[in-house]
Design a protein around this ligand. Structure first.
Ligand code: HGY
Ligand code: MN
Ligand code: MN
Length: 431
């Protein structure tokens, strides 16, 4: 490279002081980014909203300051590229998501994006160049809060975008197609966000654990062995709305009362499962949702997770049977449509080995764990080898304002990531 950058330099490990300073900078930026929220009282940043646009502008500025060339891709991801020793080299892609759930914590997603920017800024400061490019991406929609479909933006990058998603509507009835156009993007070109396997050598994601295993093991970092399978199902009970003051209790077809009975059955079925499956009904809409009208409609979204596909199948079938049984007893009708399914996805063995080695160098021992939470790495596994590092988070709390990480743990993660990149830069994935 003409900037006098060192060709394929040996990347020195971070000193404890450097790692601590970089971690403090990452955490300060997580707090700054968290101010870009559609809710006064808490953090909520959804896909293709004005807050998403402002977050892309802010993170894009930080990427440019870190020596990256910055672009927004066809689905609204913010992407930065730091060239390697030669222009146009295949890249290691670092990143995570910039969208959040409602009333979110400030580290879920943002930590991985801003850690990647900090690592790149460190290389840029000393004009160090790896023998491969380094790209950072802030995915616009991992959670799927606004349109219901999860991992849309990372699946676009992985080349598995589905144009059917363009018809998905948000709670105001705005289709994804219109939201892309409103954001300044062309819905017909969404597939253009796809990258080729030749361009991307690996994807590495740093993320909070969102569980308590690292805390229990008293270690700051862990290597993710697999991201467990997940399904999302839209389930509805249809009854008969009517006057709350007139229709006798015995003659009602109350969809919401049926849903309440069914949700308890879902909870009991998952509690009885011994394989570690989890079932949640976190989304419900009631129609017409008026205090003096018997609900004729209850529309819900069921979230199922677990490490074992066969056990998930059994639990899913039992839950659907429970829905039909409640509907039969209450003269309701029950419908269900699975709109998302991802199977248990292992991370890449070589990346697990590289990350494990760097974690051992940082915390003297490795720790391997699987993830019930979904991550963009699930989608990127269709494009390239993927690896994940988890950072301990206090009490495992996430998807909640009390989400919290220690600066020292983030410093450990940055040190481990830098060591892993140095190894990858020197052929660790070629062996
Ligand atoms: O739902 C999940 O596991 C992730 O936070 N999207
Ligand atoms: Mn999340
Ligand atoms: Mn996340």
């Amino acid at each position: 490279m003409s900037d006098g950058g060192t060709r394929g330099a040996a990347i020195p490990p971070l000193s404890p002081r450097e790692a601590a300073d970089m971690a403090a900078s990452v955490l300060a930026r997580c707090r700054e980014l968290a101010r870009l929220s559609e809710d006064e009282g808490g953090l909520c940043r959804c896909y293709l909203t004005p807050e998403h646009k402002r977050a892309n502008a802010l993170v894009g500025r930080w990427m440019r300051e870190a020596g990256m060339r910055v672009r927004q891709d066809a689905v609204g991801n913010i992407c930065g590229r730091y060239e390697g020793a030669e222009p146009g080299m295949s890249a290691v892609l670092l990143g995570s998501h910039l969208d959040t759930v409602r009333d979110a914590g400030i580290f879920d997603g943002a930590l991985g994006v801003l850690a990647a920017v900090e690592i790149t800024a460190r290389l840029h400061r000393d004009k160090l160049r790896l023998p491969l490019a380094l790209e950072t991406i802030g995915f616009g929609d991992e959670e799927g809060v606004r349109f219901g479909v999860t991992l849309t933006c990372s699946r676009a990058v992985a080349g598995t975008w589905d144009d059917a998603w363009l018809a998905c509507r948000d709670e105001s009835g705005v289709p994804l197609r219109d939201a892309l156009a409103e954001f300044g993007l062309n819905p017909a070109e969404a597939r253009g966000a796809g990258r080729s396997p030749a361009e991307i050598a690996a994807y590495l994601e740093l993320h909070i654990e969102q569980g308590v295993l690292l805390e229990k093991a008293r270690v700051p970092l862990g290597v993710v062995s697999a991201v467990n399978g997940a399904r999302r199902v839209e389930c509805c009970f249809y009854g008969q709305s009517g006057h709350a003051g007139i229709v006798p209790m015995g003659g009602r077809k109350d969809a919401l009362a049926g849903a309440a009975e069914w949700i308890s059955a879902v909870e009991r079925a998952a509690e009885a499962d011994a394989s570690g499956c989890l079932a949640t009904v976190g989304f419900i809409q009631c129609g017409p949702n008026v205090v003096n009208v018997i609900p004729g409609l209850a529309r819900m979204r069921l979230d199922l997770r677990g490490p074992d596909e066969a056990a998930l199948d059994c639990l899913y079938e039992e839950i659907l049977r429970a829905g039909a049984s409640v509907a039969g007893r209450r003269a309701l009708s029950f419908t269900h449509e699975q709109f998302y399914r991802v199977r248990n996805t292992p991370t890449d063995a070589r990346l697990r080995s590289v990350l494990g080695k760097s974690i051992r160098r940082v915390q003297k021992k490795n720790f391997v764990l699987s993830s019930n939470a979904g991550h963009d790495a699930l989608a990127l596994a269709a494009l390239c080898p993927v690896g994940m590092i988890f950072v301990r988070c206090r009490g495992g709390v996430s998807h909640h304002p009390d989400e919290s990480v220690e600066t020292a743990d983030v410093a450990a993660a940055l040190s481990a990531l830098m060591l892993a990149l140095a190894d990858i830069g020197h052929g660790a994935l070629q062996s």
